[in-house]
Design a protein around this ligand. Sequence first.
Ligand SMILES: NC(=O)c1ccc[n+]([C@@H]2O[C@H](COP(=O)([O-])OP(=O)(O)OC[C@H]3O[C@@H](n4cnc5c(N)ncnc54)[C@H](OP(=O)(O)O)[C@@H]3O)[C@@H](O)[C@H]2O)c1
Length: 327
Amino acid sequence: MKKYKWGILAPGKMSAKFANGLKVLPNAELYAVGSRSIERARKFALDHGFKKSYGTYEELAADPEVDVIYIASPHSFHFEHTMLCLRNGKAVICEKAFGINSREVETMINEAEKRGIFLMEALWPPFQPFYKKASEILESGILGEVKHLHGYFSFIPPFDPADRKFNVSLGGGSLLDIGIYPVIDALTFLGIPDDIRAVALFSETGSEESVSAVFRYNNRCLASVYSSFSTNVGIGCDILCRNGNMTVSRGRDMNQRVILSLQGREKQEYVFTPEALGYHWEAEEVMKCLNENKLESSIVPHAFSINLIRTLDRIRQSAGIHFPQDN
Ligand SMILES: NC(=O)c1ccc[n+]([C@@H]2O[C@H](COP(=O)([O-])OP(=O)(O)OC[C@H]3O[C@@H](n4cnc5c(N)ncnc54)[C@H](OP(=O)(O)O)[C@@H]3O)[C@@H](O)[C@H]2O)c1
């Protein structure tokens, strides 16, 4: 079994969760960490058992031993950091949102394809058992025609104008941070919307604080997508159908749930509790693809990432949400 040497670029909160995922994979070697600060790189390496630490991202990308790099900088740097790693010949898995806008994402994907290098957006839901269960139930037809999807993700972070969640130049706002999840739900369970209308509220830094979007599908189906940093609803979606409803959610206990309510029948609940919060499956898929010399994953194909960022662009356009990188 080939062992892959992993590099972590930008050792923040999400990188710690991803590193915990790598620890449960026997073919993953926790090899190197690159930070803007050598002290932070060394601390992360020590905390998680990585061998090497670098005080710049460039040094990490240039290390000839590194096979694959996980990128978890703020969204506004995903383009720059992915391009850096690709130009150094490294396979890349980069956090959502993959880029700030579709221009960035399409350029990243073209670069990877041109160079023949593996690239994948780090999307958590498609790998999770609750998502697979929900798709299975919908495909079985038991719920009948899908008429409406209501997807939501909100929590209240402490307000800090410098934080990536509120700083517009870092891609701040709820949409790219958490609103992306109900959008993934709608794309996965219903497909690409035919029409989108959205409105947003803004924080005192000018970053979007809450956004509500309605999707219309030509097959007489609607979706409403809500994200916010000013309420505490958690994450999930309700799928309303002719013969009943289904709730697909991750609870505050981190357990994944699918609740099926069919008319005239007792509710059925499916609960899943994956190890490492289910993050290891993304890394496992990357290494499987590398073993098979694949340039993209069939679970998160490039086409899905393009559809996702284009949908996010359409929501932003409708709601008047702008980033400096759009100019
Ligand atoms: N898939 C998921 O479930 C999930 C969950 C949470 C977050 N995420 C994604 O992961 C990414 C990182 O989120 P996070 O919560 O880990 O953020 P975070 O804790 O703030 O970490 C981001 C890291 O990026 C680096 N960085 C580079 N330039 C920066 C700048 N100008 N300002 C601030 N940090 C900068 C910093 O590391 P150094 O300075 O040490 O290099 C920092 O630790 C985001 O794109 C987010 O959407 C995904």
